[in-house]
Design a protein around this ligand. Structure first.
Ligand SMILES: O=C1C[C@@](O)(C(=O)O)C[C@@H](O)[C@@H]1O
Length: 215
């Protein structure tokens, strides 16, 4: 299972301050672009690539965790088009922005910060219809059985689509088990933090590495 570590710089100045050595055990860096002014993204992209020359980078502009809309659909599509060629992977909220032209390195994603929706299988099916090779799903369980449901659907989906890389996780305290063990049920990436979590329930990179060694 690949360990993905998010970085969430709020300014250009923060990028040069990263203690890059702390990220060495990460398989992939996720740049959470949505914390930074859009006007600074070009320069930030170059500086981030220079800071992490040995890592593949996932470019993510997350809108689904925000109440207000900070970016128009056209601007979102323009960002995807511009930055998809600059990074190894690019996150695309395909169900929220359905008219987008999907780049080959797209990681189509869906987030629900309140629940694990009952129509999870349908959401996964819709995402795979986009023909993306990587499908990511993160949602918030309210009870233990929600976590089991996510694991069951992860297994079902991964068996039905062996050619697709599935990334799934349950967030929060209840979901932690999915972050360390869901590769047993067909999920291929897990997210862990170095300088602050980008979602509830993430373990630190150090904890994750220890867990993975034990498992
Ligand atoms: O899609 C995900 C997964 C995530 O939401 C998590 O729960 O670890 C964290 C986000 O930064 C990332 O874009």
């Amino acid at each position: 299972m690949k360990i993905v570590v998010p970085i969430m710089p709020k300014s250009l100045a923060e990028i040069v301050e990263f203690d890059v050595a702390q990220y060495a055990a990460a398989d992939l860096i996720e740049w959470r672009v949505d914390f930074m002014p859009v006007a600074d993204l070009n320069q930030a992209a170059q500086e981030i690539k220079a800071q992490f020359p040995n890592h593949e980078i996932l470019f993510t502009y997350r809108t689904e965790d925000k109440a207000e809309t900070l970016i128009s659909a056209d601007d979102y599509a323009a960002l995807v088009q511009q930055f998809s060629t600059e990074f190894a992977y690019i996150d695309v909220e395909i169900l929220k922005f359905p008219s987008i032209i999907l780049p080959e390195n797209a990681v189509v994603s869906y987030h629900d910060f309140t629940q694990i929706p009952q129509n999870l299988p349908e959401i996964l099916s819709k995402m795979v219809e986009s023909r993306a090779t990587t499908v990511k799903f993160a949602a918030m369980p309210q009870k233990q059985s929600d976590v089991l449901r996510l694991m069951t659907e992860t297994l079902r989906f991964s068996e039905a689509h062996p050619d697709v890389t599935l990334v799934s996780m349950a967030m929060g305290e209840l979901g932690k088990i999915t972050r360390v063990a869901s590769d047993s049920f067909g999920s291929s990436w897990t997210f862990a933090s170095v300088a602050g979590a980008s979602a509830p329930g993430q373990l630190t990179l150090e904890e994750m590495v220890k867990f993975r060694e034990l498992l």
